[in-house]
Write a protein that binds this ligand. Structure first.
Ligand code: SAH
Length: 350
């Protein structure tokens, strides 16, 4: 069976050719899919015979809302979606003054093993398809009735560990017949897979690259993030410098502030040193508590920020949204089918 919504328009056209159908039919179907239509029967402008043929050979992904939680603090919405194969992933809708941002997952689980993050606790099950990433944007927009202007790949999973599907998803997201969300409205966050950062640089995309830094020195970073043992922080910064040279795009660095681990003055100074020659922006994240992790939030965020800024590095403190529904950075997790019924904080499909 073919996953129609993961196909780019030209691929859809060749598929229709193999069915002996004219190219304009492929266009019609593409438009329906981008509108979030979930059944071939709703594609009114297709002949019944073609609808049947499509239903025999292909399918349309349509995640079900397994749970929807709304933050009482700030109106942030967290969706738990059940996918076609029963796996569940999470998506968060955040409302900012500059528009609505949706934070999407790129994998079912994660295999990067960062010590402070809930998304990786149960490991990775599989990559998400382009359609499953697009659906998170599409169905969040349809369910909430609110237009989405920005997409961040900062949910569950490591986008550069699923790069081909992510790139295809971005093409679909940008498409003029689809949601038309441009690259400038997309942020992609990575834990620092160096060869993939280099490969991404070659593409000259207008998106914002975010790098999860969390420590500027290798011993600390290796303790927190196993990826640092494969590509250490020095190699990572070299790749960031190359990325900036290739694309001219400023990189954003995420830094979750952990008490007594990565919040020392010397670490701020080392960040400044490593950023020399490149305009970087550091996003300081108050550490969110994760049950499985021993770490505590730092009490030195403002001092750390000042220390960076006084040396010419822009640093902002990320406002934490959706804390009461575990929708903040690092708190999203895949859920198995049996867990999803857990009624904690459940507001149903209101
Ligand atoms: N795998 C990608 C995408 C995830 S983005 C990446 O690592 O960048 C999610 C962001 O939240 C990452 O920067 C991650 O390091 C951060 N994060 C994870 N756990 C956190 C926690 N407990 N508190 C604050 N931020 C956390």
């Amino acid at each position: 069976m073919i996953d129609l919504k993961s196909m780019l328009p030209e691929e859809l056209a060749s598929f229709f050719e193999t069915l002996g159908e004219p190219a304009f039919r492929a266009k019609q179907v593409f438009t329906w899919l981008q509108k979030g239509v979930t059944s071939f029967d709703d594609m009114h402008n297709l002949p019944a015979a073609l609808r049947r043929k499509l239903a025999e050979r292909s399918y349309i992904t349509a995640p079900q809302v397994a749970r929807k939680q709304v933050s009482r603090l700030d109106g942030t919405v967290k969706y738990l979606w059940e996918l076609r194969d029963g796996n569940c992933i999470e998506t968060v809708l955040m409302r900012y003054h500059h528009g609505n941002t949706v934070c999407i997952s790129s994998q079912v689980g994660c295999r990067m093993g960062c010590a402070f993050c809930a998304s990786t606790v149960a490991g990775k099950v599989r990559d998400l398809t382009p359609s499953e990433m697009l659906d998170q944007v599409l169905f969040t927009q349809l369910d909430s009735g609110e237009e989405i202007s920005n997409v961040v790949l900062m949910g569950i999973g490591e986008p550069l560990d699923n790069k081909e599907n992510v790139l295809r998803f971005l093409e679909l997201l940008n498409h003029p017949e689809g949601l038309r969300i441009g690259m400038r409205h997309v942020s992609l966050s990575t834990c620092g897979i160096v060869p993939q950062i280099d490969a991404l640089a070659q593409l000259h995309l207008q998106l914002t690259l975010s790098v999860s830094l969390h420590a500027p020195d290798s011993p600390t970073r290796s303790d927190l993030m196993p990826v640092n043992r494969a590509y250490d922080v020095e190699e990572l910064f070299n790749a960031c410098h190359r990325y900036f040279q290739m694309t001219g795009r400023r990189i954003s660095f995420e830094y979750a502030m952990i008490d007594g681990v990565n919040d020392h003055d010397w670490q701020a100074d080392l960040i400044v040193q490593r950023l020399r020659g490149m305009p970087g922006h550091v996003n300081l994240i108050p550490l969110n508590e994760v049950a499985e992790s021993p770490f505590k939030p730092s009490r030195r965020i403002r001092q750390f920020q000042k220390r960076l800024e006084s040396q010419g590095v822009t640093a902002t403190v990320r406002r934490s949204l959706g804390g009461d529904i575990d929708a903040s950075c690092g708190q999203l997790r895949r859920k198995a089918m049996e867990e999803k019924g857990d009624a904690h904080g459940d507001l149903g499909n209101q």
